[in-house]
Design a protein around this ligand. Structure first.
Ligand SMILES: [Ca+2]
Length: 101
């Protein structure tokens, strides 16, 4: 299972790096969902935290878990990581959890 997450993360990071121009993605001020490391931007660093959490390399606070569950399905998985990548890449402009609130 660990290798599956590693392979998936490499694939999405490669896709992310190949398709995104960081200059055309201005930061969003004070985002809540997706900003897991609390640095006030949604970035690849937040995606990495999800994989670290899934691989039990780190723990998250209750607030960080709420921020990470961008799908709003009550779990934190690679699906949430994928949604954050889509958000960064401007393929979506709102997280599913925000439609539920
Ligand atoms: Ca962040």
């Amino acid at each position: 299972m660990k290798y599956l997450y590693l392979i998936f993360s490499i694939l999405i990071v490669c896709n992310f790096n190949c398709s995104r121009n960081p200059l055309d993605s201005p930061p969003i001020e004070n985002p809540y969902y997706g900003d897991i490391n609390l640095d006030k931007v949604i970035s690849i660093l937040d995606v990495e935290i999800i994989f670290d959490f899934r691989l039990k390399r780190c723990d998250l606070t209750i607030d960080q878990k709420k921020r990470a569950d961008v799908s709003g399905n009550g779990t934190i998985t690679s699906y949430d990581a994928g949604l954050i990548l889509q958000y960064i890449d401007k393929k979506i402009n709102i997280f599913p959890v925000e439609n539920k609130n």
